[in-house]
Design a protein. Structure first.
Length: 239
């Protein structure tokens, strides 16, 4: 499936294990097919929003999400990085990104994040996004690049003979939307309904169906095991 390929691109190709994440399914048809994406990509758990939230989550996210703008600055910097030159490039990009935000009319406290797009000098299509601390520090940036390269490609991935380079800076500037998030009202504790669920490769099982937002913690079903099941190991999703 194309969706499973995209999941692998956002995890495996970035040095992450899909089994360490939870797949959050939303959209009109996302929850219908999410189990297939999860099975193919290796994700072990799927979360589907309660009630009618799944089909409207994208629209709600656009309406309530922060105002975010991106801006890039092409700037060739070769390690060991010249501190003043790096600081000047970061300041130039930051001022330009804030000007773009002001032009939209967005009000509020702006938050700016800047990444350096880096690679070794002889690499062409490859790059890593390395967060730039403020104030910019050339020595720290080079150390962060080496650390991230080792994390993704192993101890033998770094090169002592080829200098690393920054070929561009990317800014992300945002202000909070100021729209409060909706909180579902807790429903009275009621006896769950029972329904047949078809699990590809496992057949039909009967499972509990809860309506609304239960006051107590519940555990979802697993294929091949009808009824309540022991809690699954908790995992923290990263991005």
């Amino acid at each position: 499936m194309h969706a499973a390929t995209v999941i692998r691109q956002q995890t495996v190709e970035r040095g992450y294990d899909p089994r360490d994440f939870v797949l959050y399914a939303f959209g009109g048809a996302g929850p219908v097919h999410a189990f297939g994406y999860a099975a193919e990509s290796g994700v072990r758990e799927v979360v589907i929003p309660l009630g009618n939230g799944a089909s409207t989550l994208s629209a709600y996210g656009i309406a309530s999400g922060d105002v975010v703008l991106h801006r890039e600055l092409e700037r060739a910097l070769l390690a060991p990085f010249d501190g003043p030159a790096l600081e000047a490039a970061v300041a130039e990009l930051r001022d330009a990104a804030l000007a773009d935000l002001a032009a939209t009319g967005a009000a509020g406290d702006a938050h700016v994040e800047i990444d350096a797009l880096m690679r070794y000098r002889e690499q062409l299509m490859h790059s890593l996004e390395i967060p730039v601390s403020l104030p910019a520090d050339g020595v720290g940036l080079l150390a962060d690049f080496d650390e991230e390269y080792v994390r993704r490609y192993g101890d033998g991935g770094t090169s002592l003979s080829r200098p690393s380079r920054c070929f561009a800076l990317r800014a992300r500037v945002s202000v909070p939307a100021g729209i409060p998030l909706a909180r579902p009202e807790l429903s009275a504790s009621t006896k769950p309904a029972r329904t047949d669920v078809y699990w590809p490769g496992h057949g039909h099982d009967r499972h509990d169906v809860y309506r609304g937002a239960p006051q107590d913690t519940i555990t979802g079903p697993r294929p091949g095991r009808a009824g309540p099941t022991p809690p699954l190991p908790s995992r923290t999703g990263r991005r």
